[in-house]
Design a protein around this ligand. Structure first.
Ligand SMILES: Nc1ncnc2c1ncn2[C@@H]1O[C@H](COP(=O)(O)OP(=O)(O)OP(=O)(O)O)[C@@H](O)[C@H]1O
Ligand SMILES: CC(C)(CO)[C@@H](O)C(=O)NCCC(=O)O
Length: 316
């Protein structure tokens, strides 16, 4: 079990696909019909082999890790002689734009909620904590969306700290990829789930990162288990362009879409525009602010061609 990266060798156990797939053990090989329907709804391109080989072992690992924390909580409560407070276990998912964070998060949400020990699994994305479009414009940050300074970090940290404290009703703002803005008339309510999954570009960032500033604490201070989804930049750029082309035929055709003016572009023009957005915003953000946080994660999922997982790295 070796990787080509010496830092990874020192910090992580590395598994190739078949080594990882063997670790599924007692998790049933087949999914029942409602589970399958749930997963197909998430992403029609998702292969079921990927679910059995990669995500079922991951679901088993997370079930064991969450269980260990729950047991520790019982010991602590007995020691303190108090009624157990209901605090969610928090899992974060970081990685580049277009690497598949939200797809991974939704698969894990569906699989983790099948375990009787933690049936309620909620999912939030940090996109909702981007400053509203008007505020981004006011601050001159329209070309820096996704960079640390484009998020209302105070609001995000307040949110995660309220969830972690076990508050009964915590509101999370919602982002629309259509209006390219925070929604003003809707929000998501988080009501003491067993597990909260939080996904975003920035969930592993901390005070060591100069662009983040030195305010404390950080999302990562509240996270119990962190995952980084990793892929080579040339693949990420391709996935970004592919998704942009898909949006052009779908979401952009909505008149309310911020990118409606892109909906009639020819293939080549659309590809050029998407490649430019990648090269000027998402690529530099990856190199400056996202990739440097990778080796803080408890688990790294490395994807190759076609989103197929090539290697899994687990902190020793
Ligand atoms: N496991 C997968 N198999 C096939 N396609 C996938 C998989 N995961 C993601 N994709 C595709 O890759 C693209 C990006 O996925 P997704 O929206 O989940 O990424 P993201 O990291 O959440 O992006 P963003 O940060 O921009 O919100 C989408 O077009 C999605 O359909
Ligand atoms: C909303 C974010 C920042 C993160 O998902 C990203 O999708 C984004 O909008 N980036 C800015 C450049 C672009 O439109 O891709």
């Amino acid at each position: 079990m070796t990787s080509e990266n010496p830092i990874h060798n020192a910090l992580y156990l590395a598994f190739n696909r078949s080594q990882w797939a063997e670790l599924r053990e007692s998790v049933p090989l087949t999914l029942n019909e409602p589970e399958l329907a749930d997963l197909r709804g998430i992403n029609e391109k998702l292969s079921l082999t990927e679910v059995t080989d990669i995500y079922l072992p991951l679901s088993r690992l997370l079930n064991l890790i969450v269980g260990a924390k729950q047991k520790r909580g019982l010991v602590l409560n007995e020691f303190l002689g108090r009624k157990p407070p209901k605090r969610p276990y928090i899992i974060s998912i970081a990685g580049s734009v277009a690497v598949g964070k939200s797809t991974t998060a939704r698969i894990l949400q569906a699989l983790l909620s099948q375990w009787p020990e933690h049936p309620r699994v909620d999912l939030v994305t940090t996109d909702g904590f981007l400053y509203p479009l008007a505020e981004l414009k006011r601050r001159g940050l329209l070309q820096r969306k996704g960079f640390p300074e484009s998020y209302d970090m105070k609001m995000l940290v307040e949110f995660i700290s309220n969830v972690k404290a076990g508050n009964e009703h915590v509101k999370s703002p919602l982002y629309s990829h259509i209006s390219y803005d925070r929604l003003t008339d809707d929000y998501q309510a988080i009501e003491q789930p067993d597990i909260l999954i939080i996904e975003g570009l920035n969930v592993l960032q901390s005070g060591q990162d100069s662009a983040v500033g030195i305010q404390q604490p950080f999302v990562s201070d509240f996270v119990d288990f962190s995952i980084y989804v990793d892929a080579e930049e040339q693949l990420l750029k391709k996935w970004y362009i592919d998704r942009f082309l898909q949006f052009r035929g779908g979401a952009f055709s909505d008149e309310k879409s911020y990118f409606h003016h892109y909906s009639n572009l020819a293939d080549n023009e659309a590809k050029t525009i998407a490649a430019n957005i990648w090269d000027s915003i998402n690529g530099p953000n990856l190199k400056l602010n996202i990739e440097p946080t990778r080796d803080r994660a408890h688990l790294i999922l490395q994807k190759g061609y076609d989103h197929l997982m090539s290697q899994v790295l687990l902190r020793k």
